[in-house]
Ligand binder design. Structure first.
Ligand code: NDP
Length: 312
């Protein structure tokens, strides 16, 4: 069994920033990195919108730097993930996948969210190559300026991202699998009125095409007429939703209907359980940026520090 003043669960920009602040406040944080050390940014190629990197930085490189910064102040970083929690008592109990039991005075949740993908092999291939598949237009749209892109999805996110891309790209083709949008009327109308967005209804993705390195088109099928066609593009964006990684907290932490953690108080990182704080995408379905995750990681560490100070 390990006792700690502060357990940080997750290691994206939220978790590492919380670790840097907690460690510098001499809370000797213990961090479990989770299944994907570094988080979603490790699947991103170039990050150009994180302040302080005028030349840009790759997602994996930035995560190594954040990790090193957390280590510099003696964060105890462990590989492995937390697979069970019990927040019912005064001490917060958590269990790691190797069976280690952790008793924490404070817990900072930084487990993030995972973008949903279609799951077809060609999409996963170009995603891993960094060759033109992305689940974040705000992050990666800039690389496709002056080019043609395709986006899948029909919710508010897809509409927002398609509109964002339309300002950068010569043409955006939107693939909607049903005969209508799921998005709110106002968001769908905005997309419909944008001249360089073409909407293909009843259309599904069969294959992301390319030369093995870079995307050059998407093969699609109309699920009513069964007609197949190829849409030339250099970027393929997937905007079919995100899943917050919050399953282990069910029953202890208040979640909204889609699984995102609810803040107990606006303007703070507090959850409904005293001593448990949340940061990053596990509680954010709106902004989902590295910089906002880092900001809330800082808030969570400061809130945890103040909570401990009020107890001792
Ligand atoms: P949603 O779950 O609302 O929408 C997902 C969309 O992806 C649906 O249109 C769905 O199609 C489609 N989809 C799912 N799987 C597939 C697939 N395999 N192939 C093709 N299409 C697929 O997710 P969002 O991320 O859009 O939104 C999440 C929440 O966040 C919502 O509550 C939304 O309102 C909110 N939000 C609000 C914003 C705002 O107000 N500014 C901006 C962004 C999000 P189908 O309709 O056929 O099921």
């Amino acid at each position: 069994m390990i006792s700690t003043k502060c357990l940080i669960i997750g290691s994206g920009p939220a978790g590492y920033t919380a670790a840097i602040y907690a460690a510098r406040a001499e809370m000797k944080p213990l961090m479990y990195e989770g299944l994907q050390p570094g988080g979603q940014l490790t699947t991103t190629n170039e990050v150009e919108n994180f302040p302080g990197y005028p030349e840009g930085v790759t997602g994996p490189e930035m995560m190594v730097q954040l990790r090193n910064q957390a280590l510099r102040f003696d964060t105890d970083i462990r590989s492995g993930f937390i697979n069970k929690v019990d927040f019912s008592g005064a001490v917060h109990k958590c269990w790691a996948d190797d069976g280690t039991e952790i008793h924490a005075e404070t817990v900072i949740i930084a487990t993030g969210a995972s973008a949903k993908y279609l799951g077809i092999p060609s999409e996963q291939h170009y995603l891993q190559m960094g060759g033109g598949v992305s689940a974040c237009a705000v992050c990666d749209g800039f690389f496709y300026r002056g080019q043609e892109t395709v986006i899948v999805g029909a919710g508010d996110s897809a509409c927002e991202e398609a509109h964002y891309l339309s300002k950068l790209c010569t043409k955006v083709t939107m693939l909607v699998r049903k005969d209508d949008f799921r998005a709110s009327k106002i968001m769908a109308d905005r997309v419909k009125k944008t001249a360089n967005i073409e909407i293909l209804y009843n259309t599904e993705t069969l294959e992301v095409m390319g030369d093995g390195q870079l995307v050059n088109g998407v093969k699609v099928k109309n699920n009513v007429t069964h007609e197949e066609s190829i849409i030339p593009c250099t970027g393929f964006f997937v905007a079919i939703g995100h899943t917050p990684n919050t399953d282990i907290f069910k029953g202890f932490i208040d979640l909204d209907e889609t699984g995102y953690i609810k803040y107990a108080q606006p303007g703070s990182s507090r959850t409904n359980v005293p001593g448990v704080f949340v940061s990053g995408d596990a509680a954010d379905k709106t902004y989902r940026q590295a910089i906002t995750a880092a900001g809330t990681g800082c808030m969570a560490a400061l809130d945890a520090e103040r909570y401990l100070a009020s107890k001792h």
